[in-house]
Design a protein around this ligand. Structure first.
Ligand SMILES: Nc1ncnc2c1ncn2[C@@H]1O[C@H](COP(=O)(O)OP(=O)(O)OP(=O)(O)O)[C@@H](O)[C@H]1O
Ligand SMILES: [Mg+2]
Length: 233
């Protein structure tokens, strides 16, 4: 059995109050093991992004704990949390979160925790945007912006990559190129957590988690994960 890298224990996140109280996460327990390729599936509004944001130290929990290598990040002070987000976690946001007044290349190079310039350029080429490096995000399509966000997240040395719908805004060919990149990153020894609506993508995972109404309703193992090139949707 491999080691647990990230673990959610009895996580609760609510919005609103009184009659309007709503459980975005309703007592969620989930372990992510070193070198997992974990896919989280679930309908719109089931809590997938909320859970990923908690793992990424982006949002505050109401109650429960999140252990990273044994330390409870919900107890971290601001400075520790900033370091955690910068050094320990790579994050691909559902809505990209690019900085709009700097170029594509600068977005990849200047991100907190970013590595060398050569690697940034290579990643931009790998996601098919070498020729757009000096453009600003607003000059790109949604799919192109998503690929910048992916290059930015990959230009870090974090051991775990949290990806929220990384193929959501992409056409089939670009989506497959992104899956191929994630597969390579996984083969280099990293841990991948990928949230998606696309069931077929779950065939790449070694573990699949299904969420509904703020709960994990199913966890299953996949003994024979497919290669990115074999996934069709
Ligand atoms: N800031 C907020 N205020 C109130 N409710 C919120 C807020 N953020 C999320 N929610 C609610 O929490 C629930 C879970 O949202 P979440 O973004 O995690 O869903 P999701 O599974 O990622 O959906 P999608 O597949 O559409 O991205 C939704 O019902 C949403 O309306
Ligand atoms: Mg979401």
């Amino acid at each position: 059995m491999s080691n647990v890298l990230l673990e959610a224990k009895d996580l609760v996140k609510t919005y609103g109050e009184g009659e309007g109280l709503f459980y975005a996460l309703n007592h969620v327990n989930l372990s992510i093991y070193e070198h997992d390729f974990l896919v989280i599936l679930g309908g719109s509004g089931s809590g997938k992004s909320t859970l990923l944001n908690m793992f990424g130290g982006i949002d505050k929990v109401d109650s429960g704990s999140i252990f990273f290598q044994g330390k409870d990040i919900t107890k971290f002070r601001d400075k520790e949390l900033t370091l955690y987000r910068r050094n320990d976690i790579g994050f691909i946001y559902q809505f990209f979160n690019l900085i709009n007044d700097i170029t594509v290349y600068q977005n990849v190079v200047l991100a907190p925790g970013a590595r060398d310039k050569k690697r940034a350029m290579r990643l931009l080429e790998q996601v098919g945007l070498g020729d757009k490096k000096d453009k600003f995000p607003r000059q790109l399509s949604g799919g192109q912006q998503q690929r910048v966000a992916i290059a930015r997240a990959l230009n870090k040395s974090a051991d775990i990559l949290l990806c929220d719908e990384p193929t959501g805004a992409l056409d089939d060919a670009s989506g497959k190129a992104v899956l191929k990149l994630l597969e390579e990153i996984h083969e280099q020894g990293k841990t991948i957590v990928l949230v998606t609506h696309t069931r077929e993508i779950a065939e790449m995972a070694n573990r699949v988690v299904i969420m509904k109404d703020g709960k994990v309703i199913k966890e299953k193992k996949n003994e024979n994960p497919k290669k990115a090139a074999e996934v069709e949707w």
